[in-house]
Ligand binder design. Structure first.
Ligand SMILES: Cc1cc2nc3c(=O)[nH]c(=O)nc-3n(C[C@H](O)[C@H](O)[C@H](O)COP(=O)(O)OP(=O)(O)OC[C@H]3O[C@@H](n4cnc5c(N)ncnc54)[C@H](O)[C@@H]3O)c2cc1C
Length: 273
């Protein structure tokens, strides 16, 4: 598997990166943990790689209003261990910790994991449960998008994801994953946040992409979040929501999603007790 030919640019400023991304076939390169293997196998194509790893605007983790601002270049390893993220967005830290292996976590970035479309990945599901937004810079200027919108439609063409904005939860949030043994990607992963308005629940792997399960949330509003109640709430979901594959049935995946959600709710409750 040999890399095809492409050009490479290392812009020193975000505006320069955006100008380069207007080139047909240009792609953002961050940690390269999805893009480079994809280029080797031919699953991905690029005429120009725009390496954003030196852009200061994409770095740093800190508070911004009532949210955490997590720069897109924050590595998964940094995210998993950052004290602010552990304290205020524990589902995100756990999703980063569950991602791949140490090499992938040391090079792979939060922005890249959120942007890598077409495969179930760990951070988007945690971002959905957190009701997070992403900051984007694009040809039309700066904007923000909900993580839910990003999961549905991807990063708009010619744009750079600059940061993830996560409302602080305290510890009432958790993430659980059943990893595919061969790839470490989620066979199914569930993230939850317990809010005064009820639980927010998101699932990936078992579903076609990271999804908020509002039907399950409605059935569980008011509690209690017992395993029986959670499994019953999942059984009431349409079976078509769960995509069979790799030797798993829709029924199995629906049950697995319920089990992981019940565990995540129990973990979130324990951490606030
Ligand atoms: C062995 C292995 C195991 C893995 N296991 C898991 C796993 O268990 N769970 C999981 O979720 N993932 C897993 N991954 C995927 C890995 O976590 C992601 O590939 C990584 O997080 C992507 O980040 P990156 O910085 O390397 O992105 P890159 O590979 O550089 O880019 C990925 C995609 O995102 C785009 N992109 C990157 N950054 C930005 C940005 N700031 N703005 C706009 N677009 C951007 C790129 O153009 C490209 O399309 C695994 C990968 C490997 C190689």
């Amino acid at each position: 598997m040999i890399l095809t030919d492409f050009d490479y640019a290392r812009p020193a400023a975000l505006d320069e990166a955006l100008a380069l991304l207007a080139t047909p076939g240009a792609r953002v390169l961050a940690g390269g943990q999805s893009l480079l293997p994809g280029l080797r196998t031919g699953a991905e194509r690029a005429r120009l790689l725009v390496d954003v790893r030196h852009l200061a605007e994409l770095r740093g983790v800190g508070r911004a209003g009532g949210s955490l601002r997590i720069g897109a270049l924050t590595t998964l390893a940094e995210l998993a261990a950052h004290p602010l993220v552990l304290a205020e967005a524990p589902e995100l830290a756990a999703a980063a910790r569950a991602n791949g292996d140490p090499q992938v976590r040391n090079l792979g970035t939060a922005g890249g994991n959120l942007a890598a479309a077409g495969r179930a990945t760990d951070l988007p599901v945690a971002a959905l449960a957190a009701d997070a937004r992403v900051e984007l810079a694009g040809p039309a200027g700066r904007t923000t998008l909900t993580a839910e919108r990003l999961a549905a439609s991807g990063v708009p063409a010619g744009s750079v994801l600059t940061a993830l904005l996560v409302p602080a939860a305290g510890p009432a949030a958790a993430f659980e994953k059943a990893a595919d043994r061969a790839t470490r990607y989620p066979l199914c992963a569930a993230a939850v946040r317990v809010t005064p308005d009820g639980p927010r629940i998101a699932v990936t792997g078992a579903t076609p992409r990271a999804l908020r399960l509002r039907g399950v949330e409605d059935r569980l509003r008011g509690g209690p979040y017992t395993t029986e109640a959670v499994l019953a709430a999942f059984r009431a979901e349409p079976r078509e929501l769960f995509v069979p594959g790799r030797g798993t049935s829709a029924e199995y995946l629906g049950h697995l999603a319920g089990v992981l959600t019940a565990r995540a709710l129990a973990r979130a409750a324990l951490s606030t007790a």
